[in-house]
Design a binder for this molecule. Sequence first.
Ligand code: FAD
Length: 259
Amino acid sequence: MTLATRQIPMTNAPDADAADVRSTDVLILGGGISGLSLAHWLRRDNLDVHVLDRNAQPGGVIGTLRKNDFLFERGPNTVLDKYDSFDDLLAGAGLDGEVLRVPLRTQTRHIWLNGRLHPVPMSPLAFLASPLLPVAGKLALLREPFVARRDDDETIADFVQRRLHASWVSNLVTPMVSGIWAGDPARLSIAYAFPIMKALERRGGSLVRGAWLRARDRRRGAPSADAPTTKARKHLVSFRDGLQRLPAALAEPADPQRK
Ligand SMILES: Cc1cc2nc3c(=O)[nH]c(=O)nc-3n(C[C@H](O)[C@H](O)[C@H](O)COP(=O)(O)OP(=O)(O)OC[C@H]3O[C@@H](n4cnc5c(N)ncnc54)[C@H](O)[C@@H]3O)c2cc1C
């Protein structure tokens, strides 16, 4: 695989440099993590793959900065390691020995509300006691199984407000979405940003019933009918030299010994 720096015009360029015409099995535009991981999987099928990006640095929005003895992440800081395919990607990139993992369960997330930090509730009892949601927001969970299913896509904010309550959007979902996507829940699509949520609604008619069916599949060891099976024990992952190691390693010229 090669990563080359090139600004790809969004329209057909009539004056393409004829001397620079090469042939390849697959040409990927964009050397962010999507383009680089796709290139990785295609290369394993022995295809000749080229990735073009306008930046010399691979990784797109992923960027680690080292200053003095500190590492700063300009964008994403961790990957949620929930699919087995991620282990294949790490092994293929030769990064097995550099991975740092923190079990997801040991992470307590906090949200700043009304001048204080509050832990995000992780159990039904903690949920009932949490000041993060008003009573109306908590009662909305009882109503949720009876809210009609909607099949078309909508924004995260519309989805959560429709199924739950406006307080979920402002007090829980907005901080969470900022942390994951650095984006605005009133503009991001629920089907693309959180496909599992849409899948739960589609399968169970509601989030509560969909989650119950999914938990039942898991207990029975059956593959989930609504979404790819995720690992039972999930970790947040980064690398000793920061998250940029992943795209940097994927963009390195292929080592024929590595599969
Ligand atoms: C601030 C921030 C924090 C985030 N935090 C997390 C997190 O902690 N964990 C997590 O899992 N996700 C996080 N995300 C989301 C995650 O980082 C992104 O979903 C993911 O990195 C997107 O990768 P991508 O390859 O699809 O797009 P990009 O990273 O945007 O890559 C697209 C690439 O295409 C290139 N390109 C575009 N147009 C052209 C052109 N015309 N010619 C040539 N090249 C072009 C760009 O230069 C770029 O390199 C975060 C996102 C942001 C912005």
